[in-house]
Design a protein around this ligand. Structure first.
Ligand code: NAD
Ligand code: ZN
Length: 356
């Protein structure tokens, strides 16, 4: 195991550097992790290219990365759930545990959340990283470190499907077949959806969705009117979807979600696009179509891990590219421009499969 602490630090827009950082000291309830696999997320790329997401602005150097798994290298005095050598998935957000939201079990809404690679907090694309022990989930031997890292996006999909109340026989419309749309597809299947239509503007993403078992895929045409698009969705599915999950953030997509969803159904918005968009609200209210937001996840890691460990969900197909941490710049370029049909780009802090 390397003992240096090579770390990917975002200094500002288009300024991502690899540099040495001190190995962190842990508190009594924390573990030190020798990081293994870190996936690149759209938000990491966004901080690199824009230096901000909404009100979260990179104003000082920030370690990037939050879709991660590592191996416990040291445990704090009070840690009971983990031991040195345990392979763990890291839930990247640690809430305050004291506010009303935390106490009521909606800790993803905690105003004092410390979330990896969301300014001002550091992420974990580094060799050594410390984290609250109770936000680390021990992986069974047969679950790989890459799968552990993929529990992060998968938890978003699980949370979205729980918010949508996907269940046995649900007919689900998913808009956008990027990593988040695809994990939502996997979660919806596992939760009993009978029929799933997924849309995108890019055919190869739909091809992957089809491979993963989407019942229908629909290549959208930007030139087509909303009415025509709704018709195409309704003609393709056996009946109007009772759940729609927007996973792209486009205004046209959220509008389509509302128009296409059957009366009494649920529209869930995961995609983060423009801060304000135009929605057919009267259409939604007159048909009692509920519109719900999704913010990350909350108590969803255990279910995501169970889905992967039981073999009900296979997330491996999402990973299209692998890079060593020393190739971080190239990894970000691949993710950013979608080179080679990139979906999920994985960065390996240890040689690939060293801990599997
Ligand atoms: P991505 O950009 O890789 O994928 C989005 C996909 O949507 C692409 O394949 C794109 O071709 C497609 N698309 C674009 N416009 C479309 C349209 N009008 N109709 C259908 N498809 C369209 O992004 P991702 O990593 O999959 O994330 C998806 C969205 O989810 C992003 O907006 C991201 O910010 C958001 N997100 C939200 C949360 C949350 O907690 N709410 C968490 C993670 C990601
Ligand atoms: Zn809190």
């Amino acid at each position: 195991m390397a003992t240096d602490n090579l770390t990917a630090v975002l200094h500002g827009i288009e300024d991502l550097r690899l540099e040495q950082r001190p190995i962190p000291e842990i508190a009594n309830d924390e573990v030190l992790l020798a990081m293994d696999s870190v996936g690149i997320c759209g938000s990491d790329v966004h901080y690199l290219t824009a230096g901000r997401i909404g009100d979260f602005v990179v104003t000082k150097p920030m370690i990037i990365g939050h879709e991660a798994a590592g191996v416990v290298a040291k445990v704090g005095k009070c840690v009971k759930n983990l031991a040195v050598g345990d392979r763990v998935a890291i839930e990247p957000g640690v809430p305050c545990r004291r506010c009303d939201h935390c106490k009521q079990g909606k800790y993803n809404l905690c105003a004092d959340m410390v979330f990896c690679a969301t300014p001002p907090y550091d992420g974990n694309l580094t060799r050594f990283y410390k984290h609250a022990a109770d936000f680390c989930y021990k992986l069974p031997d047969h679950v790989s470190m890459e799968e552990g890292a993929l529990l992060e996006p998968l938890s978003v999909g699980v949370h979205a499907c729980r918010r949508a109340e996907v269940g046995l026989g649900s007919k689900v419309l998913i808009l956008g077949a990027g990593p988040i749309g695809l994990v939502t597809l996997l979660a919806a299947q596992a939760m009993g959806a009978a029929e799933i239509l997924i849309t995108d503007l890019v055919q190869h993403r739909l091809d992957v969705a089809k491979e993963l078992g989407a019942t229908h895929t629909l290549l959208l045409d930007r030139e087509q009117s909303a009415e025509e698009t709704v018709k195409r969705v309704l003609c393709t599915m056996s009946e109007a979807p009772d759940k729609a999950v927007d996973c792209c953030g486009a205004e046209s997509s959220a509008r389509l979600a509302i128009f296409a969803t059957r009366s009494g159904g649920v529209v869930v918005i995961v995609g983060m696009g423009a801060p304000e968009i135009k929605l057919p609200l009267i259409n939604a209210l007159a048909r009692e179509v509920d519109i719900r937001g999704v913010f990350r996840y909350c108590n969803d890691y255990p279910a995501a891990l169970a889905l992967v460990a039981s073999g009900k969900v296979n997330v491996k197909r999402l990973v299209t590219h692998h890079f060593d941490i020393t190739e971080t710049a190239k990894a970000f370029e691949t993710s950013r421009y979608g080179h080679g049909g990139a979906i999920k780009v994985m960065i390996h802090v240890q040689p690939r499969d060293a801990n599997n």
